[in-house]
Design a binder for this molecule. Structure first.
Ligand SMILES: [Zn+2]
Length: 574
């Protein structure tokens, strides 16, 4: 970055500079449909700016070649001009007409959970008890005896009338404690060793809201329902540092294969921070990580509040993640009025939910970005109140780019406060299409006006960042784009889209995972667009999302990641 002004000055002084061939590139990408996103931003209605490569009907790429040297983009433009960067040792990749976007950034992820989810024995689609046990037994052969085996995805809904028990599991997997969560998370199935480790026996009473299934002799059968599942899940030990390192490595590999060059970790605790720091120091961070410290880890926060944010390197620590309320599906989100389907209940939030105003205000004044999970309209209002008061006391705090995660239901008077306070609404397009089956029942049609209100927030001047909140939802980029531009699920329902006025355009959706996500992490000059001097972070796609969205947005779902280039390194997708 610092070299460019010098180069410009030298060029100005030496008139012949532009005629001399430039230093050869390490890598030349040619025959590509490059969308640099370096043109001006769309307006609040999503209309392309003057200067955008849009002819009034559809989009056109604004470059077809890119040159990369030492992890940086040194040229983007036409193939003919790119040839000047070809040297004897330059690798040339013909992309065969594939589309290139700025490297994708998922601005809300949970890395350790992603790693854990990749490690579990996958039981999705197992039709019989025999099949489940066989998959677990196969894993047991690779795992030292005594270590836990965690599986997920057997269909407790489909099997509800004929739940399995622990007998076959005990027989075939006697030496490992086994815990198998159901697909819908309301049943957990375990073997004898797991029940022994968790000290669940004939005399263990049912917890509130849960059932330990027992046989005629009063012995646990192996199945735990609803809240009883936690009795077994809690017995699974936390990962060792080596296990956590392995999970992170698996998570990074999955992210690169899915096109991501950078992520924002939404709540790193002491153990995860240690693993991320190990990874950075040992050059095992193929994906850049912008870490939000988990506010609930008080010791971790106490260590960081002594020092300034760490803004250097591939691991950046300048954000703190906290919760104002819970989730709407479980009626834990905090609302101004009663839930429509539970009169007298408005959810829970604020101090009751662990929100510590003083500590957070201190951190914000210290230069940390405060990131508040807020779902209900009251939680969002009070989160905005907190930002407003802190900024009023310390005007410089506005520069920390405060953010609200989810910003799911906003009351009309609060919409304009995002722009006024400079609060970024960090939202998950997939949540809108996944929540729509029950969202209206929870809050009724009136409050839906301010729910998942992407366009309304944009009109009110708010900045958005778009992301997946993985691994809770599918983090496939094309699924995210499809959700954002259609507000329909994979089956193209509901027809016409759910409250379609709130849809985003394809440019806005792509910016949500690139330019806007980069801004949210203070990377405005480093990432988010393809331009000279920026980090060589690029995502190559086998379909052009711009023109596909114009022609037939449902076709977005067929797109695949062809290649991910992170810091100039090529990671071929599978
Ligand atoms: Zn999250």
């Amino acid at each position: 970055m610092r070299r460019w002004p010098i180069v410009l000055i030298v060029c100005a002084l030496v008139a012949a500079c532009s005629d001399r061939p430039p230093e050869p590139a390490d890598l030349l990408l040619v025959n590509a449909r490059v969308y640099t996103l370096s043109w001006p931003q769309p307006d609040a209605e999503g209309r392309p700016a003057t200067g955008a490569p849009h002819d009034g009907r559809t989009w056109h790429p604004d470059a077809d070649a890119i040159a990369i040297r030492a992890g940086r983009i040194v040229f983007v433009g036409s193939r003919a001009d790119a040839e000047r960067y070809r040297g004897a040792s330059t690798a040339v990749r013909d992309l065969g007409g594939a589309t290139v976007l700025p490297g994708l950034i998922d601005s809300h992820v949970h890395l350790a959970e992603l790693g854990a989810s990749l490690e579990r024995v996958n039981l999705v689609g197992a039709a019989t008890e025999e099949e489940v046990v066989s998959r677990v037994a196969a894993r047991a052969r690779e795992v030292p005896a005594g270590e836990w085996i965690v599986g997920w995805g057997w269909d407790e809904g489909a099997w509800a009338n004929r739940y399995p028990d622990m007998r076959l599991l005990n027989q075939r997997v006697p030496d490992h404690p086994v815990v198998l969560r159901g697909l819908h998370s309301f049943a957990v199935w375990g073997n004898r060793l797991a029940f022994e480790r968790a000290r669940i026996s004939a005399i263990t009473p049912n917890p509130a809201g849960g059932e330990i299934r027992k046989d005629a002799r009063g012995q646990p059968t192996g199945i735990l329902l609803n809240n009883a599942g936690a009795l077994l899940m809690q017995a699974v030990p936390a990962p060792t540092p080596a296990q956590l390192d392995a999970r992170l490595a698996a998570a990074f590999e999955a992210l690169l294969a899915a096109g991501y060059v950078a992520v924002h970790e939404a709540g790193a605790d002491t153990e995860l921070m240690a693993a991320l720091e190990r990874a950075e120091s040992q050059d095992r961070l193929p994906v850049r990580v912008y870490a939000m410290l988990a506010a609930r880890d008080v010791d971790l926060i106490d260590r960081w509040r002594q020092r300034a944010p760490d803004t250097e390197g591939r691991l950046v620590v300048r954000s703190v993640k906290t919760f104002y309320d819970g989730a709407m599906g479980s009626r834990g989100a905090l609302f101004l009025e009663d839930y429509s389907d539970r009169p007298g209940h408005r959810g829970l939030g604020g101090a009751e939910y662990g929100f510590d105003r003083q500590r957070l205000a201190f951190l914000m004044r210290r230069g940390y970005q405060i990131t508040i999970h807020a779902i209900g309209d009251r939680a969002n209002r009070e989160a905005l109140d907190f930002f407003g008061e802190t900024i009023e006391q310390t005007p410089g705090a506005a520069a920390t780019r405060p953010r609200i995660e989810h910003a799911q239901v906003i009351s009309a008077p609060d919409l304009s406060r995002f722009a006024r306070l400079g609060v970024i609404a960090s939202m998950q397009p997939s949540h809108a299409v996944e929540d729509l089956p029950w969202a209206e029942a929870r809050i009724g049609p009136g409050r839906l006006q301010g729910a998942y209100a992407w366009r309304t927030l944009r009109r009110a001047g708010a900045r958005l960042a778009l992301n997946s909140d993985l691994p809770g939802t599918d983090f496939n980029f094309f699924y995210g784009l499809h959700s954002a531009v259609t507000r329909q699920n994979r089956d193209r329902e509901p027809s016409g889209g759910w409250r379609p006025d709130e849809r985003l355009t394809i440019e806005e959706a792509i910016r949500g995972w690139t330019t806007w996500a980069a801004h949210t992490a203070f990377e405005d000059r480093e990432a988010g667009v393809i331009a000279d001097g920026r980090s060589a972070d690029l995502t190559v796609l086998d379909v052009d999302p711009f023109t596909t969205a114009d022609r037939d947005p449902s076709r977005l779902l067929t797109g695949r990641i062809a290649m991910t280039i992170a810091g100039g390194r090529i990671h071929a997708a599978r």
